[in-house]
Design a protein around this ligand. Structure first.
Ligand code: 13P
Length: 266
């Protein structure tokens, strides 16, 4: 399986010109790679722009895909879209979007997204044929191991009632909140991530099935920079990375892509 390197641009950049520049800068490197699938998740308003640029060159190796940062929890039939400000799974699909991030901690925190809302969004996205990058992660690594219970609850509630046939389209992203946005200075340690990955697989065993618990891709996100990317990919038992800040700097992001390409997949 290809490794996934996902760029979450969040609410950046502020101009379409910059979006096109960053996108072009990353795509040039990404399309040449054989072992990596690069996914760019821009803000909704740039999806058509980067989608069109992206489609200009056909990508036979499937090394490059488009993702969205969110979607609405229902995919209403035509003419029933009275949800001001929202974007449906159907709309995303028509813009060649393949992946969607659901449950990012910033949406949980600033937009009040609950485990129940996230569960509905995951179901809607999967039913529409999108691949879901489902984010979980604790606020702090407290010594009494409360954080393990917290992550367990997020995984169980988020995946409640997901039909078996959709499990192959699910990806879990472990993003400890305390490690996000620190530009490399506070990333988690590879050994600790490995423990969390194994822990998440144990929880997956409770809510999915043996095969899914074993092979479902798990990504790490939180202050990934070129300097620490190799050690995460080699030692943390992950199948890819979810990258915020560095995904807006083509030079750094491309370096991470090249590092990932060079490491053997197991
Ligand atoms: P940073 O890479 O900026 O820490 O952000 C991580 C993240 O939240 C990706 O979704």
């Amino acid at each position: 399986m290809k490794r996934l390197i996902v760029a979450n641009w969040k609410m950046n950049p502020q101009s379409p010109k910059d979006a096109e520049r960053i996108f072009g800068g990353i795509r040039r490197t990404a399309v040449k790679l054989k072992k990596i699938e690069t996914v760019i998740c821009p803000p909704f308003v740039y999806l058509s722009l980067v989608g069109i640029v992206g489609n200009r060159v056909s990508d036979k190796r499937l090394s490059f895909s488009l993702g969205a940062q969110d979607l609405f929890w229902e995919n209403p039939p035509a003419g029933k879209g009275s949800y001001t400000g929202e974007i449906s799974a159907e709309m995303l699909k028509r813009f060649a979007v393949k992946y969607v991030i659901v449950g990012h901690s910033e949406r949980r925190r600033h937009l009040g997204e609950t485990n129940e809302i996230i569960n509905r969004k995951i179901k809607t996205a999967l039913k529409a044929g999108l691949r879901v990058i489902f984010c979980v992660g604790e606020k702090e690594r407290n010594p009494n191991e409360d954080y393990l219970r917290f992550v367990k609850e997020e995984v169980i509630a988020g995946l409640k009632g997901i039909q078996r046939k959709f499990l192959g389209k699910l990806i879990v992203a472990y993003e400890p909140i305390w490690a996000i946005g620190k530009k490399g200075s506070a990333a988690d340690a590879p050994e600790d991530i490995l423990q969390m990955v194994l822990y998440i697989r144990r929880i997956l065993l409770l809510v999915t099935d043996k095969d899914s618990a074993r092979v479902m891709p798990i990504l790490y996100g939180g202050s990934v920079v070129p300097k620490n990317a190799e050690s995460f990919l080699r030692n943390a038992g992950i199948q890819g990375l979810l990258i915020g800040h560095e995904s807006l700097i083509p030079k750094d992001f491309n370096e991470i892509l090249r590092i990932a390409e060079k490491i053997k997949t197991k």
